[in-house]
Design a protein around this ligand. Structure first.
Ligand code: SAM
Length: 361
């Protein structure tokens, strides 16, 4: 059986170990964080998902056989292969992924070529919620194809780069993409106020605003006040703590311009449903700072933490982070998201007593 896997750029060995825990496999093709593997295991994807992977971001099965781009009629071969694999009925979306492939066609051109031919045969194309996703992976000098039931796919796309590639979505910082992906990945509980530790220049705060949160941003650095203002966001930089009810009611972002180490309590007015921490420091140090703010968390509050790994020993950093959070937070998931470089993203919920004061998404 053939599979396409998106692994982690920074933690290749950990990604391979994670796959090896499911079954033995052989790498047939590889480019950066993407690989085509071959294995005897018939349900590699299902078993991987069940194992709550950290490093493998996405995986999908491929049809047997491969078209070599040196073959003159490889596009026709690919089309015929896809055609054979498609169920007789149901709408389709086609995704073509180009990974260092030397073909003269772009991914877009191949999508159009396949789409037009299938439409000419009476197949409906539906880009939003198709019945099937048909995909072509062009990697180095090989092309693979696959078809999956859209509803059963792990992710609703094969390759994240293009899915998330739109500057309009994250105009403040590249970091913003990490939080966009975290919201897509985790069942983040909806709430009303969030704390954003290490908030500058404001990408995460910007993403929080789109999720209808009011934000207490803490960072000595500057936020992109102009960009926020242009969007009609009300930003306040208070002279001192505690924060007052009036400040929360009349503003969208309250920027505490200070080192988070010096902020142990924001005041009784602030009870938050989500605490974010993207401070650039080792996770143990980061956690020890965020624990100072437990008094401002609502029961069950969510935590999204970037686990920065100073070396490639991700497992060691995970263990240290788990230890630092233990007894205070329940870890729900740890994932290496596509936008993570040498870091992971952790989602947890506060174990502080009582019932959550907000509903689940
Ligand atoms: C990776 S950047 C955060 C980017 C931000 N999440 C965004 O989307 O724009 C890390 C930030 O952590 C901040 N930082 C590091 N140590 C800090 C501390 N002790 N207190 C507050 N902020 C800190 C830095 O000033 C820097 O702005």
């Amino acid at each position: 059986m053939l599979y396409f896997a998106i692994t982690s750029n920074s933690f290749r060995k950990s990604s391979i170990d994670e796959l090896n825990k499911i079954s033995q496999f052989k790498i047939l093709d590889e480019f950066l964080n993407s690989m085509v593997i071959e294995s005897e295991e018939r349900d590699f994807v299902g078993k991987l998902i069940q194992s709550s992977p950290i490093f493998i971001y996405n995986m999908a099965s491929l049809q047997d056989g491969v078209a070599k781009i040196t073959e003159e009629n490889y596009l026709e071969i690919l089309y015929q292969k896809l055609h054979q694999a498609l169920p007789k009925e149901g709408s389709l979306k086609i995704e073509c992924v180009d990974l260092n492939c030397k073909t003269s066609y772009s991914a877009k051109e191949i999508e159009i070529f396949m789409g037009e031919r299938l439409e000419a045969e009476g197949r409906a194309i539906d880009l939003k919620s198709p019945d099937y996703l048909a995909y072509v992976i062009m990697i180095n000098d090989h092309c693979y194809s696959g078809v999956s039931d859209f509803r059963k796919l792990w992710k609703k796309f094969i390759e994240p780069e293009r899915h998330y590639h739109t500057n309009a979505k994250y105009p403040i910082s590249r970091s913003e993409l990490k939080l966009i992906q975290a919201f897509d990945e985790f069942e983040v509980r909806q709430g009303t106020i969030a704390i954003d530790l290490g908030a500058a220049p404001g990408g995460w705060s910007n993403c929080l605003l789109r999720h209808k949160y009011k934000v207490i941003a803490i960072d000595n650095g500057l936020l992109e006040y102009e960009k926020f203002k242009n969007n009609g966001t009300r930003v306040k930089i208070p002279e001192s703590l505690p924060i007052k009810h009036y400040d929360i009611e009349t503003n969208d972002i309250i920027h505490i311009k200070s080192n988070a180490r010096d902020v142990s309590y924001l005041g009784d007015a602030v009870k938050v449903d989500l605490i974010l921490d993207d401070m650039n420091m080792e996770p143990e140090a980061s956690v020890s700072i965020l624990l100072n703010l437990l008094g401002n968390l609502n029961p069950g509050a969510g935590l999204i933490l970037t686990v920065k790994c100073i070396n490639r020993k991700a497992e060691l950093h995970i263990r240290k982070t788990e230890k630092a959070l233990s007894g205070k937070f329940k870890i729900i998931s740890i994932r290496c998201l596509p936008a993570n470089r040498q870091e992971l993203t952790l989602y947890a919920s506060y174990l502080g007593g009582g019932k959550p004061a907000f509903s689940q998404k």
